[in-house]
Design a protein around this ligand. Sequence first.
Ligand SMILES: Cc1cc2nc3c(=O)[nH]c(=O)nc-3n(C[C@H](O)[C@H](O)[C@H](O)COP(=O)(O)OP(=O)(O)OC[C@H]3O[C@@H](n4cnc5c(N)ncnc54)[C@H](O)[C@@H]3O)c2cc1C
Length: 323
Amino acid sequence: MLASFVEHGFTVAHAALARIAGNGDGAKEAPQLKANKSIPTDPSPAASIATATMTSKRVVCSMTVASKETISRDTICIRLTFKEGEGMIIPVGKHVKISCPNPALEATQWNGKVDSETGEATIERKYTPVESDMTGFTLIVKVYPCCPQFPDGGKMSQYLNSLTTGQALDVELPFGLIQYFGNGLFKRSKNEVKATEVAIIVGGSGVTPMFRLVDEALRVESDATKFSVIDANRDEDHIIYKDRIDALVTAHPNRLRLTHILSNPSEAWTGKKGYVDKETIMASLPRPSDHTLVLICGPPPMMSAVITQLEELGYDPKRVWEF
Ligand SMILES: Cc1cc2nc3c(=O)[nH]c(=O)nc-3n(C[C@H](O)[C@H](O)[C@H](O)COP(=O)(O)OP(=O)(O)OC[C@H]3O[C@@H](n4cnc5c(N)ncnc54)[C@H](O)[C@@H]3O)c2cc1C
């Protein structure tokens, strides 16, 4: 099924996007993308944000690995492309779901523990693109290799690391409740927030939704929204996408403030040390206000600690959103 949605005189998208995901009852209509005069035809960052007006019906696509490279220790960058004639820009704030064969199909244990996925033919994990255009998107994935503490490692991340150029991958998209529409306008389900200051706390691979949001927003000169980010990691080697994030600060010093904090840095580290605490939040992020939105994403222990700290510092829980 190949459909071209042309309304109001310009093409919105080509969408031969496989079957619509949901109740698994086979092929259905291709997703309808709402035609909107504000949707430009070019896949620039501004267009990406505008294209967020697409309906959020999910689709399942067979995508192709266009490239895969190791970008730092245990971190890979994978570019996935749509088939010819298919395409969708993943709205800023949203993520995708990838399926792969279950490597532990018949194993009763994984990493020494009872495995809840035993017997399932496929497993699914979610990933947030750091870049997206009509031809495909890019993922940054932290790979969990086998090690003494985790003898089997991570299922999906090792599978993704094993892929080579040209291989196919099943992807369902888009997922997520949060979406950025540009100029400080965020939506979570039906809840709408306008923010001039966005405070972000991320840890580990939680950096990916932050990067996509900040990167896209900063490219739009007319978007005056300011971002303050705390990026928490174990040590220098574990800071995912550090070069790209630091480059954003260099390019946009008036709109992006960044604090790296490491819990176990090398002796050479001159930045902040320890875990995210109230002192770090007060020193690095804007004060609570009705024009500030806080976005957080990271491992569960960090998230619960940070939520408590933010509440104690007076941030309105309604303006603290988990990516
Ligand atoms: C909305 C959303 C977006 C996400 N976006 C991204 C993203 O953009 N990039 C990304 O990398 N991840 C992302 N994740 C996490 C991702 O979905 C997976 O949880 C992650 O890749 C691990 O999956 P796995 O199958 O490899 O590990 P599993 O097999 O599920 O292993 C479970 C856990 O065991 C632990 N573990 C296993 N081996 C090791 C090891 N060697 N060292 C330390 N711990 C280990 C890890 O805590 C791991 O998460 C996202 C998650 C969500 C919910």
